[in-house]
Every structure is written in C-alpha cells, then in structure tokens.
Design a protein around this ligand. Structure first.
Ligand SMILES: Nc1nc2c(ncn2[C@@H]2O[C@H](COP(=O)(O)OP(=O)(O)OP(=O)(O)O)[C@@H](O)[C@H]2O)c(=O)[nH]1
Ligand SMILES: [Zn+2]
Length: 338
C-alpha cells in the first residue's frame, strides 16, 4: 500500500471521527433529536419541531431515542440524512442476541423508579433498581404510585417507615396517583427540562403515569406512525415524548425493566450510600457482613443506623452475584452497563 493511500485513509478516518463526535453545529447540517428508530432509519425532530424521516450514514452505528444528531435534507420533503452524532453522556442498553448488547436510549438525566402501593412497595425491588441506576451513574427519583389505595393513617405510617432510609439518603420521593392525577405537578416539576425514563415492575403503573403526563399520547403515536410510513406504529423500539412542562420521557418495553449487572463485593458496597460510614471498619477487609465477627455493618444494623431492609437486599444481591444459581433470571434480563 502506498504512503499516499495510507494517509488518505487516515485522513478519512480522522474526518469521520470528527464528524461522529461533533458537539458543535457543523456547517450545512442542522441539529436534531432522535425521537425513535425503525429499521435502518430514524425519526429526527428538527429545531423547529418538524419530524424528518432520516437515513443514517453507516459509520455512526445504531442511534436511538435521545441521541442528538446533525442532519441535512435529502431533497424529498420530510426526508433527510443523519451524518453526525454528539457524544452521549449516558446510555441504556439491554442484552440482545448472542451476548451482544442492544442500545435502547441515550442521554438520560434521571431514572424514575415507579413502585406501586398495590401489590406493594418492596425495598428489595427498589434496591435492585437503585443499584442498576448507580451502575449507570444516572440519578434516580422514587415515584410511589397508587396512593389512592392508601386508606388509613396506619398505611401511610407503614409507607413512611419503608421509605425512611431512602429519604435519609437524600433520594427524591414523589407520591402520586395516576388514576386521580394526584401528584402529577410534583412529577412534572421534577422532570422539568430533563430526559427521563420510568422503570419498575410490571403493573406499577408506568403506562398509566405516561398517559396521565401526556394526555394526547395516542395522537402523537399515530402521527409518528405516519411519519415512519409504516402505517401502524408496530415498533417496540424506544420513543421519546415531550412533556408539557418541558423535558422529555423515553418509553419502551426495553427500558422499563432493568436489573443490575453482577458485580463484586466492593462495587456492590459502593452503591449502598448508607453503608459508607461503616465500610473499612469490619475486622476483615473482605468481610461479607454476614457471619464474620466484629462486623461494623451488622453492628450498625443492630443499632438501627442501617435499615434491616437495606441490609437484607444487599445480602440478597451479594449472594445472587457470587452464586449465579441463586440469581433467578436476573442475569438473563440484565441491562449491561456502559
Ligand atoms: N388504584 C390505582 N391503580 C392504578 C394506578 N395507576 C395504575 N393503576 C392500575 O395498575 C395496573 C397496571 O398499570 P399499568 O400502567 O399498565 O402498569 P405498567 O407499569 O405500565 O405495567 P407493564 O406495562 O406491565 O410494565 C392497571 O390496572 C392500572 O389501571 C393508580 O394510580 N391507582
Ligand atoms: Zn462486615
């Protein structure tokens, strides 16, 4: 291969790299936001709000809802081509075929963990989502849905007790009822100017909340369908919706359930903010805080400084991560970390 050829290739690679990671507007290209992907194409929202059905230059890889891109019209009205993408500051993926990961959403600012009064607010569940979000380094809020079902003071007290450790850790807690549209203002205020996803177990009310926050959801989805030209919106891919209050929510089956990736003991400990003051104070460096003597974590639990529910969820995850046979399907469904 001649020197000249090599340098041309190098130049081309460098140019590609520059375009691929461009943060600043590029001459001749317009900034846009990916609303959804379908097949090999994207629906891109231009700065004026118009939606364009765009092809993607091959070297950019898979782009998803939330990606910030640069595009240009390709002659036909409503059609375009995406040539560059801004670097992502966060990404959500899920396992795909043959151990590969599938990108689901990009540039998420906050994860709303939806926990329902019925069938119950379970710390175990909340803590798994908290660890998964911590692995992604994305902030969370706890959204307690179905508070219309809290009929008595005792029920409220019970809830307050379950939530106390999270409150003490400084996690935002928002109580809502999607059915009564109660607390929606609080959610809107929280989601304002952010890009969010809702995660949580099946039946928590994620769809109900999204419907309550976006009253014209059906109309919007059907207008996206006509923009893709697929007639019915059959895609199961992520879709980005704007909220009335400002800010966006990205919804898809793939982002709704996510579980932590197995990690080692010290990494898991690092995701338990309430353990931090006691770490390093056990007799053994590699203390599992289960049966070892002079364990500072267990002592903190006994003295009421660490909630028992938090300790139990920690031990549950620790065992599942170190003994995969106890990991009930979590590994199969886990979302990989960036
Ligand atoms: N009482 C009460 N029920 C609710 C509320 N929000 C949702 N539900 C009910 O809870 C059930 C589940 O709601 P969905 O919105 O489908 O839950 P989801 O989290 O989207 O569930 P998946 O799609 O399976 O992940 C439905 O029967 C809803 O009517 C609420 O605020 N109060
Ligand atoms: Zn210990």
């Amino acid at each position: 291969m001649s020197k000249r050829k090599l340098s041309l290739q190098q130049q081309r690679r460098m140019t590609k790299q520059r375009i691929k990671t461009a943060e600043q507007p590029i001459e001749g290209l317009s900034a846009g936001l990916v609303i959804t992907n379908f097949g090999q194409r994207l629906l891109v929202e231009a700065e004026d709000g118009a939606i364009h059905n765009c092809a993607v230059r091959q070297h950019l890889g898979k782009l998803v809802a939330g990606d910030r891109v640069f595009w240009e019209a390709d002659g036909e009205s409503g059609r375009g081509i995406v040539s560059a993408v801004s670097p992502r500051y966060s990404e959500l993926t899920r396992p795909g075929f043959r151990g590969q990961t599938r990108m689901v959403a990009a540039n998420i600012d906050v994860i709303g963990i939806v926990a329902p009064i019925e069938p119950g607010v379970h710390p175990d569940m909340i803590d798994r989502y908290l660890v998964a979000a911590a692995q992604l380094d994305i902030p969370v809020a706890l959204i307690i849905n179905k508070i219309d079902l809290l009929q008595t003071d005792d029920a409220w007290d019970n809830l307050a007790e379950i939530l106390l450790p999270y409150d003490e850790m400084g996690i935002d807690i928002i109580t809502v009822s999607a059915h009564l549209a109660d607390g929606l203002d609080d959610i809107e205020q929280f989601l304002n100017q952010k890009t969010s996803v809702f995660v949580g177990p099946s039946g928590a009310g994620k769809s109900s909340l999204i419907n309550a926050l976006i009253p014209d959801l059906a109309i919007r989805t059907s207008s996206l369908s006509s923009a893709t030209g697929l007639g019915v919106h059959t895609t199961t891919n992520s879709i980005l919706y704007h909220l009335r209050c400002g800010g966006d929510i990205i919804d898809s089956p793939g982002v709704r359930r996510f579980t932590p990736a197995p990690c080692d003991l010290s990494e898991l400990e690092s995701y338990y903010a309430d353990f931090a003051p006691y770490l390093g104070q056990c007799r053994f460096d590699n203390c599992t805080h289960q049966h070892e003597p002079d364990c500072a974590i267990r002592q903190a639990v006994e003295e009421g400084d660490i909630a028992e529910t938090r300790f139990n969820s920690f031990q549950g995850m620790r065992q599942a991560f170190t003994d995969p046979s106890k990991n009930s399907g979590g590994q199969k469904h886990r979302d990989k970390i960036k």
